[in-house]
Design a protein around this ligand. Structure first.
Ligand code: 3HC
Length: 395
């Protein structure tokens, strides 16, 4: 694969991925539809590089050459005909993404791979907008791409083995651990596992059990960022798209809570608009850590995720159940993964039964697999994936 890539969409994910590529020595054509979007994207990259320079991760003298590898552009015609890989990172609207795919299909060399950073949508359906469905693949980065260590590589129904391998190779070359996802299903692994937790968090707020700040204060005892702050960080519009999509594809119980719909309707989307669940107008929200809730435990968030993870294992979406833990540990702030709790499986089953009965949410009903599956070995799986990553890097 040629070491020149194109990224379509300069939002948080697009400019973050562009920065990761440029840091790895790859030339990037970063396309958006308005000059102001491109200017903001480049300004964010500069700020991020400043932080890395201050921290000694990047040499100050290298910054100009890193920036020179990023080629902002407004037209497809400005993109080099040598591009070997294009990654689309435009808003989560199927019709829009399909249009981008069709446009890319027209301008890119036949040998180029077209990837999507979609959070949830069907990659197989996106591939149908091109004449090269075998060369289409999912490359799902986590926000912020420069700090999160992993990328889910998703095989659409049409993706060829060669494309899948090249995608894993590329991601390794840019310093991210590729997690192979064998089936193109809504939310892939990490977002799907987190979906029931979002439903539960939605209910907690809806029923007035605790405020987002009280929940995040509790979560911050074990996580670098609480779940509500993370929703704001990712963008409530993206959270809503995801939940709406899950509701359509997996069942109504996954639907977006009304209070999130209201925030989105009011354009309070989180970090990117300065206000969401929290106030971001002066940077990261100041969460009052002195008042964590005692009406809810982190165990509840973990058990609903384990339950969903067993469904992913049953559907054959990953080769090894422990890959789910590796993806969570490297793609989110939760470094412990979730399956470790299975060593106390009766506690997990009892708590899920209680949540399903009291909240009347059937997706929380414990799966049969919870009683039978061995506790996945995250350490061993992580070691195996790291070994593969090093081999791909050295290729
Ligand atoms: N570039 C360079 N440096 C950055 C940066 C960036 N874009 N963003 C933050 N940093 C730096 C900060 O400046 C800070 O530097 P300092 O130590 O010198 O002050 C350092 O990174 C740590 O940042 P913070 O002090 O703000 O706080 P944290 O220690 O909490 O780290 C975080 C930030 C890595 C974002 C951490 O809070 C975290 O892991 N949060 C969870 C994020 C997460 O779960 N992401 C996945 C969301 S799901 C997703 O993306 C999927 C999609 O499909 C929806």
């Amino acid at each position: 694969m040629n070491q020149i890539c194109a990224i379509i969409g300069g939002g948080d994910m697009g400019h973050g991925i562009a920065e990761v590529c440029a840091l790895a020595g790859i030339d990037v054509y970063l396309k958006d539809i308005k000059q102001e979007f491109l200017d903001t994207a480049v300004a964010h990259i500069r700020t991020s590089l400043d932080v890395f320079t201050r921290k000694g991760r990047v040499k100050a003298g290298d910054v100009p050459s890193i920036l020179s590898r990023i080629h902002p552009c407004l037209e497809y015609g400005a993109i080099s005909p040598e591009v070997g890989l294009a990654i689309e990172a435009v808003p989560e609207i199927m019709a829009l993404k399909k249009k981008v795919f069709a446009d890319l299909d027209k301008i890119l060399p036949k040998s180029a791979i077209i990837a999507t950073n979609t959070s949830n949508l069907s990659i197989t359906e996106l591939a149908s907008a091109t004449s090269r469905s075998g060369s289409v693949v999912g490359m799902h980065f986590f926000n912020p791409p420069v700090l999160m260590d992993t990328v889910e590589i998703i095989k659409a129904k049409t993706t060829t083995v060669e494309t899948f391998d090249l995608a894993r190779f590329f991601v390794s070359k840019i310093g991210k651990l590729p997690i192979p996802i064998l089936k193109d299903t809504p939310g892939f692994v990490v977002n799907r596992v987190q979906a029931p937790a979002q439903v539960l968090l939605g209910k907690i707020v809806e029923h007035g059990v605790a405020t987002p700040e009280q929940v995040d204060a509790l979560a911050r005892k074990v996580l670098p960022m609480g779940p509500f702050e993370t929703m704001d960080y990712v963008g409530l519009d993206i959270v809503k798209h995801g939940m709406d999509y899950f509701a359509e594809k997996l069942g109504k119980e996954y639907a977006t809570p009304r209070w999130i719909e209201d925030l989105v309707a009011a354009k309070h989307l989180g970090k990117k608009t300065g206000k969401g669940i929290f106030d971001w107008s002066s940077g990261r929200p100041q969460i009052d850590l002195s008042n964590p809730t005692d009406k809810f435990t982190m165990l509840d968030l973990i058990v609903v995720q384990i339950n969903e993870a067993t469904k992913i294992v049953a559907e054959g979406i990953v080769e090894d159940a422990a890959y789910i833990d590796v993806a969570i540990a490297n793609g989110t702030g939760n470094k412990m993964g979730i399956f470790g709790m299975l060593s106390d499986r009766q506690v997990v089953i009892d708590r899920l039964t209680h949540l399903a009965d009291t909240l009347h949410i059937e997706m929380f009903r414990p799966t049969a697999m919870l009683s039978t599956m061995p506790v996945p070995n995250m350490r061993k799986a992580s070691k195996r994936l790291r070994q593969e990553y090093l081999e791909l890097q050295g290729r």
